[in-house]
Design a protein around this ligand. Structure first.
Ligand code: GLA
Length: 725
C-alpha cells in the first residue's frame, strides 16, 4: 500500500514486511526518512525535526541557514548546501550545474507504467505506483520520481524521468536511478566481482569514511562487476540481520556507489555510469533512466535471495518461460570448438539422445568460413564446407534423432574478414581517424545506428524463420574500446554507450517478440552480461565460461544471491578441465551442474561404458529433480567446515534435493553432519537409504556426510515427502 499524509507530508510505501518513508517539508524538499522492517502504526514525523542544525532560515535574498548536508535526501541535487555526492547533475544553458528541484505534485495509481525503450519488471496484480513531480523554479525542467511497490513480493522498483520544457538544450551529466541514505556507517558493503571465467565472486568489505564505486565502463554490465550492490549490518549472516540492496535493470555501463560522509551517514546509489555519459536533452524531450530494483531483507541473505528469485521469476523473465522446465542440452563448443564435422556432430547428437539429452546446440563455427576467431562474424549463413547439404538438412537429421535444435549467434559483432565488413566498414563502433582495437579478432557493430539495428532484425528474423530453431544462444564476446559512432554528431558522442544499449534492447524486443517460441540464452563470454536487463528478454544465461566444478561453486553461489537457478546455465564438461586443468570426479561435475539449467559441454560420443552409465544415471537423476531445482525454493546451507565445502538445497511440495561438495580431503577428519533448512518441521521425508526423518530432525541434526579421503568429493540426496506415520 502506498499512502500520503497531508498533515506531515509523509509518503509511506508499505510492503508485506518492509516500510519505506520519505517526507516533503514545508519548503517542498523531499527527504528520505527510513527503509527497513515494516512499521504499521505511526508515521515517523519526528525524525527530521530531531536532526540538529538543519533548520531553514531564509529571507528574500539569502538562504541563511539550511544545512541540507545534515539531512537525508531522497534524490539529492548538486550545487546546494549538501556537498555530498549528488544523484544527478545537469548542465544548463547558462553554464551552471546548480539545480534545486522541489515537490510540486504527486500521483498514486494502481499498476505500473512500462519504461519506453527499456526493460523493466512487469506489473503484478497488487502493484501500485507513486509518481512524484519535482520542478526547479529557475529552470524549465520537470523531474519525475517513480516508485512501484510490489506489496506481496515486498520489493520496490524506481526510475527517474526528466523532461526539458525549456526552449534550450539541457545536458544530463548524471541521472541515477535510485538513491537511499542510511543513518549509520556501521555496515558492510557486499558486491559481486570477478573477471572472465571468474564471475560473481561475493566480496564483503567493512565501510569506512570513503567513497566506494562498483562499476563497469566496458560497454556491457561486465564480468568485472555485476550491477548489484548491498549494504548490511556487520552481524548479518545467511539467516539474520538487515540487508539493503539495489540491482539495476540495465546491460551497459553502470555505477553503484556508496559514499560515507563526514557525519557518518551513508548514501547508496545506482544508475548509468556517469563517467562515460552526457546526454543532450533537446527541448520538449524526455529522458528515462533504467529501472533499479530495491530489496530489503530483515533476515539475512537468504531472505534477500528469495525476494529476488521470486520477483525475477514472476515479473522479469519472459512469462512464457518463467515457469517452464528447461531442456537438458549438449553443446558442441568444448566438444569440437571450430572443428565442426557433420558426421561427428550427428554421432554426438545420437549418443546424447541415447543418454537422455533433449536439445542439441550447435555453437560457434557453423557460418561464413569460420575456422577460428579471425573471421565471419556478421555473415550469418551456413558454411557449406562444413554442412555441404545445408543447415536445413542438418537440422532435419537432428530432429529425426529426436532432439530439439539450438544455434549460437553473436549478432552484435563483426569480423574484418566478413562480407558484412567489406560492404559496411563504417558500421563498426569507432572514432573516425583513430585506430580501433581488435579483441578476440573482432570489432563491435554500432548498435546506436538504426540501420544496423534494422539489418540485425532482418538477418536474424530470416535465420530464425528459415530454420526450425528451438533455442538461440546469443553471445557477445568483447568489451568496447575506442567507442564512438559514425552517425552521431560530435556533441552526441558521449551518448554512444547508452544509445548502443537502447539499440540492443530494440533489437532484442523485436526479435524475441517475433519468435516467442524460441528459448533464448544470454551469454557474453559466459556471465559478462548476466543482468536483469538481459533477463527481461532472455530467461537464461550461460553463467560462466569456466566449467570447472570447483570454480563453479563460487561463481554459482554469487549468481544465486540474486538470480534464480532457472536462469543459470551449468554444464558438465571434460577433464582435465579446459579452463583450469583440474580433474574432478564426474559425479561432482554432475552435482554442481544440477544447480541450474543442466547440460553437457563435452563429446558424449566418446565415452567409456562406465562413463556412459554414469551420465545416463545423472540425466535420469536430473529429470527427477528438475522441477524442484527450476521451480522450487533455493537455500544455501551452512557447511560444517567453512571454506572447504559448499552445500545447497532445493525444495518443493514433493521433495528436497540436497547437494554437498567437499573441496579438499582432510586427514583424520571426524564424521560431520549437514543441517538442512527451509523444511516444514512436521513433514516426514524418506532418505535414499529408505530411512525416514521429520523436517525438524533434518534441520536440527541434519544428514551424515561421508568421511571420504578424496578431493572434490560430492554427495546428493533426494528426500521424498511421505505420509506421516
Ligand atoms: C563464448 C561463449 C562460449 C562459446 C564461445 C564460442 O566464449 O561463452 O560458451 O560459445 O564464445 O566462440
Amino acid at each position: 500500500m502506498i499512502t500520503f499524509d497531508e498533515a506531515t507530508g509523509i509518503f509511506h510505501l508499505q510492503g508485506k514486511q518492509t516500510s519505506y518513508f520519505m517526507q516533503k517539508n514545508e519548503h517542498n524538499h523531499l527527504f528520505h526518512l527510513y527503509w527497513g522492517s515494516r512499521l504499521a502504526k505511526r508515521l515517523p514525523d519526528y525524525v527530521l525535526k530531531e536532526i540538529k542544525r538543519a533548520s531553514y532560515i531564509a529571507d528574500t535574498d539569502h538562504i541563511k541557514e539550511y544545512k541540507l548536508e545534515r539531512l537525508p535526501q531522497e534524490y539529492p541535487a548538486f550545487g546546494n548546501s549538501d556537498l555530498r555526492k549528488p544523484a544527478y547533475q545537469l548542465s544548463f544553458q547558462n553554464g551552471t550545474q546548480i539545480s534545486d528541484f522541489r515537490y510540486i505534485a504527486h500521483e498514486i495509481s494502481e499498476g505500473k507504467p512500462s519504461l519506453e525503450g527499456l526493460p523493466s519488471l512487469r506489473e503484478s496484480a497488487d502493484c501500485e505506483t507513486l509518481k512524484i513531480t519535482l520542478q526547479d523554479d529557475y529552470q524549465q525542467v520537470s523531474m519525475f520520481l517513480f516508485y512501484t511497490l510490489y506489496e506481496e513480493a515486498d520489493i520496490i522498483t524506481r526510475h527517474i524521468e526528466l523532461r526539458n520544457n525549456s526552449s534550450d538544450k539541457l545536458e544530463i551529466n548524471q541521472l541515477n536511478s535510485a538513491c537511499v541514505e542510511l543513518p549509520t556507517n556501521d555496515l558492510d558493503l557486499l558486491h559481486l566481482s570477478g573477471s572472465w571465467a571468474r564471475e560473481t565472486h561475493i566480496q564483503r568489505t567493512p565501510l569506512s569514511q570513503l567513497n566506494y564505486r562498483v562499476e563497469s565502463t566496458r560497454g556491457s554490465s561486465s564480468h568485472e562487476h555485476n550491477p548489484f550492490i548491498a549494504l548490511m549490518d556487520k552481524e548479518t549472516t545467511e539467516t539474520t540481520g538487515s540487508v539493503y540492496s539495489m540491482n539495476l535493470v540495465y546491460s551497459g555501463n553502470f555505477e553503484a556507489t556508496v559514499d560515507v560522509e563526514m557525519q557518518d551517514a551513508v548514501r547508496m546509489q545506482i544508475g548509468i555510469n556517469s563517467t562515460l555519459f552526457d546526454w543532450q536533452l533537446q527541448p520538449g524531450k524526455t529522458f528515462i533512466s533504467p529501472e533499479a530494483v530495491l530489496v530489503y531483507s530483515q533476515h539475512g541473505l537468504q531472505e534477500l535471495t528469495h525476494k529476488y528469485h521470486q520477483a525475477y521469476q514472476n515479473y522479469l523473465m519472459p512469462p512464457k518461460f518463467a515457469k517452464k522446465e528447461r531442456p537438458i542440452l549438449v553443446n558442441s563448443w568444448e566438444a569440437c570448438y571450430f572443428d565442426l564435422q557433420e558426421e561427428s556432430l550427428l554421432e554426438l547428437a545420437s549418443s546424447s539422445k541415447e543418454l537422455g539429452v533433449e536439445l542439441f546446440v550447435l555453437d560457434d563455427g557453423w557460418f561464413g568460413h569460420r575456422d577460428d576467431t579471425s573471421s565471419s562474424l556478421g555473415d550469418w549463413f551456413v558454411d557449406k564446407q562444413k554442412f555441404p547439404q545445408g543447415l536445413e538438412h542438418f537440422i532435419n537429421q537432428i530432429k529425426q534423432i529426436g532432439l530439439d535444435f539450438g544455434i549460437w549467434v553473436e549478432p552484435e559483432m563483426i569480423s574484418e574478414d566478413s562480407d558484412l565488413y567489406r560492404k559496411h566498414p563504417d558500421w563498426c563502433i569507432e572514432v573516425p581517424g583513430r585506430l580501433k582495437s581488435y579483441s578476440r579478432g573482432q570489432f563491435v557493430l554500432d548498435l546506436a545506428n538504426a540501420k544496423v539495428q534494422d539489418y540485425l532484425i532482418e538477418v536474424l528474423s530470416e535465420l530464425f524463420q528459415r530454420y526450425d530453431i528451438d533455442y538461440v544462444k546469443w553471445d557477445m564476446n568483447r568489451s568496447m574500446t575506442e567507442a564512438g559512432s559514425n552517425i552521431l554528431t560530435n556533441s552526441q558522442q558521449k551518448e554512444f554507450y547508452h544509445r548502443y544499449i537502447l539499440g540492443l534492447y530494440r533489437v532484442l524486443e523485436t526479435v524475441t517478440e517475433q519468435f516467442p517460441e524460441i528459448l533464448f540464452e544470454n551469454c557474453a563470454g559466459g556471465g559478462g552480461r548476466f543482468d536483469p536487463g538481459m533477463m527481461y528478454y532472455m530467461p537464461q544465461t550461460w553463467t560462466s565460461d569456466d566449467t570447472d566444478a570447483i570454480e563453479r561453486l563460487t561463481i554459482q553461489e554469487g549468481s544465486s544471491l540474486i538470480y534464480p537457478a532457472i536462469s543459470m546455465g551449468a554444464h558438465v564438461s571434460q577433464v582435465p578441465n579446459h579452463q583450469i586443468g583440474r580433474v574432478t570426479p564426474l559425479n561432482t561435475r554432475g552435482v554442481v551442474a544440477m544447480q541450474g539449467n543442466f547440460g553437457y559441454e563435452m563429446d558424449l560420443s566418446k565415452l567409456s561404458t562406465e562413463e556412459k552409465q554414469e551420465i545416463q544415471a545423472q540425466i535420469d537423476q536430473f529429470k527427477l529433480i528438475r522441477s524442484t531445482v527450476q521451480l522450487g525454493k533455493f537455500y544455501r546451507l551452512a557447511v560444517p567446515v567453512k571454506d572447504n565445502a559448499k552445500a545447497w538445497l532445493f525444495i518443493d511440495d514433493q521433495q528436497v534435493v540436497v547437494s554437498y561438495v567437499q573441496i579438499h580431503a582432510k586427514p583424520n577428519s571426524p564424521s560431520k553432519r549437514l543441517k538442512l533448512t527451509g523444511l516444514n518441521s512436521e513433514t516426514l521425508y524418506q532418505l535414499p537409504s529408505g530411512e525416514k526423518r521429520y523436517g525438524d530432525e533434518l534441520m536440527a541434526f541434519g544428514l551424515a556426510i561421508d568421511v571420504v579421503h578424496k578431493d572434490f568429493y560430492s554427495q546428493q540426496w533426494i528426500l521424498k515427502k511421505v505420509e506421516d506415520e
